[in-house]
Design a protein around this ligand. Structure first.
Ligand SMILES: Cc1cc2nc3c(=O)[nH]c(=O)nc-3n(C[C@H](O)[C@H](O)[C@H](O)COP(=O)(O)OP(=O)(O)OC[C@H]3O[C@@H](n4cnc5c(N)ncnc54)[C@H](O)[C@@H]3O)c2cc1C
Ligand code: FES
Length: 279
């Protein structure tokens, strides 16, 4: 039975101290405080009178917290209209985080706003002597996120894939991963093998990553998103079939062994009232 402190189940107000427009569609907010989040965890972001919704932590350095988001509907559009100096309610951090061993060689696969938590992972993991290949994918170069930040980290090799070929490899980031695994997991070469693959992005990308990792026998950790209401295991809205695991507590970061047993993964998700929607 998991427990969560009353402190983190109640929102506390934080002030927005910086706003950057990362791409045409993605904004990043920095708040004036830390919630002690680890890479992969999420927060519930509350705008009084509007709504409360989950967002991944893009960064937490012990003094400041960041989120990066798309404006896709009523709450995120209202959030996008906030200004520096405005107060926002934050609850958390919630859920599981990515885990690695010192000195491991990691491959990170990032799509969409998934590049934000992957930067958070990379910036923490390199402090533990890890070496990292990061593969950032997007529709076109104008949608690529966090390339400069990732490139500035030591022991990180950056790879880029765009669907339209406007930057880096023309095609999907998972195709770059496949080519990498074909080389690194070949025992005849001297290249160091990849110890773990971490992925964050659209579910179709996550499913393709899982299939590749299963094929090459590489452990992986994936960040799964389901409709969240309470954020800490009470309402049951985020459970996945057939295991009944709650993505806000036993996720959002799950190991490949668990994701492989979730029948709905890559096939469908449920909305706010539990109706199924195919991907
Ligand atoms: C663990 C987790 C981490 C997330 N991290 C980010 C992030 O870093 N950046 C980002 O831009 N978005 C993130 N999202 C998605 C974000 O929660 C939705 O974009 C947001 O809730 C949209 O709300 P809305 O009112 O603006 O739009 P709506 O019109 O209400 O919803 C638009 C779409 O967003 C999704 N959504 C809506 N409400 C929820 C909810 N309560 N829980 C989960 N999904 C919902 C649904 O797919 C829905 O179709 C994350 C979701 C989860 C579950
Ligand atoms: S969001 Fe309520 S149990 Fe997960």
């Amino acid at each position: 039975m998991s427990s969560i402190s009353l402190q983190s189940s109640l929102p506390k107000t934080y002030r927005i101290i910086d706003i950057t427009q990362e791409t045409e569609n993605v904004r990043m907010y920095t708040f004036d405080g830390s919630l002690g989040a680890k890479p992969g965890q999420f927060l519930m972001v509350w705008l009084p009178g509007v709504d409360e919704k989950p967002f991944s932590v893009a960064y937490d350095d012990g003094a400041h917290t960041r989120i990066a988001f798309f404006a896709v509907g009523p709450m995120s559009e209202a959030l996008a209209n906030c200004s520096v100096g405005d107060l926002v309610g934050l609850r958390g951090p919630f859920g599981t985080s990515y885990e690695w061993e010192p000195g491991q060689h990691l491959a990170l696969v990032a799509g969409g706003y998934g590049a934000a938590p992957m930067f958070f992972v990379a910036s923490e993991a390199v402090q533990h002597g890890t070496t990292i290949d990061v593969i950032v994918g997007a529709r076109g170069k104008e949608h690529l996120l966090f390339l400069d930040q990732l490139e500035s980290l030591p022991n990180v090799a950056l790879h880029v894939a765009t669907n339209d070929g406007s930057q880096g490899f023309e095609g999907y980031n998972v195709t770059v991963l496949e080519k990498m695994l074909e080389v690194t997991q070949d025992t005849k070469t001297d290249d160091p093998a990849i110890d773990q693959v971490f992925a964050c992005g659209p579910e179709i990308m996550l499913k393709a990553t899982l299939d590749l990792c299963n094929k090459f026998g590489v452990p992986c950790q994936l960040s799964l998103e389901r409709y969240m209401k309470c954020g800490y295991g009470i309402c049951g809205n985020c459970v996945m079939d057939p295991l009944g695991v709650r993505m806000c507590v036993e996720g959002p970061v799950v190991k490949g062994e668990i994701a492989s047993k979730l029948d709905e993964f890559g096939k469908y998700h449920r909305d706010s009232v539990g109706r199924k929607h195919d991907f």
